[in-house]
Design a protein. Structure first.
Length: 101
C-alpha cells in the first residue's frame, strides 16, 4: 500500500514538473516574440526620427538606408530585422517598415 502511494506520488510530481516546465517554455517563447516585436517597432521609430533629423538639417530626406546608418548613427541588426526603405522624393518622407526575420 505504501509502495503504491509512493509510485503515485512520484508520477504526480513528474506530471506537475513537466506541466510547469512546459508552461515556462511557452511563456519564455511568447516573451521573446513580444520583445522582438517591440525591437522592430523601436527600430522603425528610430529610423523615422533619423530621417526627419536629416531633412531638418540638410533640407532633403536621406536617399538610402545606408546614408542614415553612416551619418545618423542608426544601427540595424540585419540578422534580426529586415528593413523596407522606399524613397519617394527628396522632400517627401520615405516609407519605412521593419519586419522580423
Amino acid at each position: 500500500m505504501i509502495k503504491k502511494r509512493r509510485e503515485v506520488s512520484r508520477i504526480l510530481y513528474l506530471v506537475i514538473f513537466f506541466v510547469v516546465a512546459g508552461w515556462m517554455i511557452i511563456s519564455l517563447t511568447q516573451l521573446q516574440s513580444k520583445l522582438n516585436q517591440e525591437g522592430a517597432k523601436r527600430l522603425e521609430e528610430a529610423l523615422g526620427r533619423a530621417a526627419i533629423s536629416c531633412y531638418s538639417m540638410e533640407g532633403i530626406y536621406p536617399s538610402s538606408l545606408e546614408y542614415l546608418q553612416q551619418n545618423y548613427g542608426v544601427y540595424i541588426d540585419e540578422q534580426k530585422y529586415h528593413v523596407f526603405y522606399e524613397v519617394i522624393g527628396e522632400n517627401i518622407k520615405p516609407e519605412i517598415k521593419v519586419y522580423q526575420r
